[in-house]
Design a binder for this molecule. Structure first.
Ligand code: PAF
Length: 280
């Protein structure tokens, strides 16, 4: 596996591609099974797979976990080498955001809700870094996980609105054996907190069962989910959303394709999860 640490190096590698289909998997490292499913999809559908690892400071607010975000580069390199990844791109902060940096990408309306509401500036940081990675790597296709469904929608909107010639592929949530959605931040959870964290999946399953049994009131679903979460120790709901999956507008009546999404603090750790349902 070639490890490239400069933007210039990445551009040179890009020129060698000679018509081959390039897949990009952007990550912040501390790779888990969700990331690896994206890498495997890229490997099976592209000629060259580039994985980037960059903990992007522009998507963290001052009180968030930038300084403690888990890092284990040695382990990540081994995982990617074992899978047969061609290029690992490790840009440096000083190259991505040199002194005097002042340009950002702001996707508007769909970033005002859910995670965008509770983490102001988050999607501005994500869209900015993803566009910079796209410009440097110039992939044909880029892969993102559906656990961050709003992030996926923001990137799709950016690609559409800025006429980028890049295909965006969203892949299903990967879960650990206990049902918790795979996330680098799961590392923060103590064994007790991990038990409590199962409330996200439990709440989603309850919602799915209730809707399947005929419940159409979004309010009742939100409130049943809240009860499930509050029954677990050390949890605090950030949001529970029953919304349309394109604009993320809250619904009153569940009809057609509906996104159920939630963010919950378990101790100090903020976790997200979601599911798509369809009621005809
Ligand atoms: O989902 C992530 O890990 C990050 O938000 C991303 C897309 C790599 C941008 O920093």
């Amino acid at each position: 596996m070639e490890i490239i640490k400069t933007l210039e190096g990445m551009k040179i590698a890009q020129r060698r591609r000679a018509g081959q289909r390039v897949g990009l998997v952007p990550t912040m490292g501390y790779l888990h099974d969700g990331h690896l499913s994206l890498v495997e999809k890229s490997l099976s559908t592209c000629d060259i797979t580039v994985v980037s690892i960059f903990v992007n400071p522009k998507q963290f607010r001052p009180n968030e976990d930038l300084d403690t975000y888990p890092v284990d580069l040695k382990r990540d390199i081994k995982l990617l080498e074992d899978l047969g990844v061609a290029i690992l791109f490790l840009p440096k902060n000083a190259d991505m955001y040199p002194e005097g940096y002042q340009t950002y990408v702001q996707v508007e309306k769909i970033t005002e809700r859910l995670c965008g509401k509770s983490r102001p500036g988050f999607f501005r940081g994500v869209a900015t870094v993803v566009l910079k990675l796209f410009n440097t790597v110039q992939p044909d296709v880029a892969f993102f996980g559906e656990k961050d469904r709003q992030q996926l929608a923001v990137i799709q909107k950016m690609v559409q609105d800025l006429n980028l010639d890049i295909q965006i592929e969203g892949l299903p949530i990967v879960r650990d054996p206990d049902g918790l959605a795979s996330s680098s931040r799961n590392l923060y959870l103590s064994p007790q907190a991990r038990q409590s964290a199962l409330c996200l999946q439990e709440a989603l399953q309850l919602a799915q069962r209730r809707v399947a049994a005929g419940e159409t009131s979004a309010h009742k679903i939100r409130s049943a989910m809240q009860d499930v979460i509050e029954a677990h120790p050390d949890t605090r709901v950030d949001y529970i959303s029953v919304c349309d999956p394109l604009q993320f507008n809250e619904l009153e009546v569940i009809q057609g394709k509906t996104l159920i999404a939630l963010a919950v603090h378990v101790g100090q750790t903020r976790l997200i999860d979601n599911c798509l349902i369809e009621r005809i």
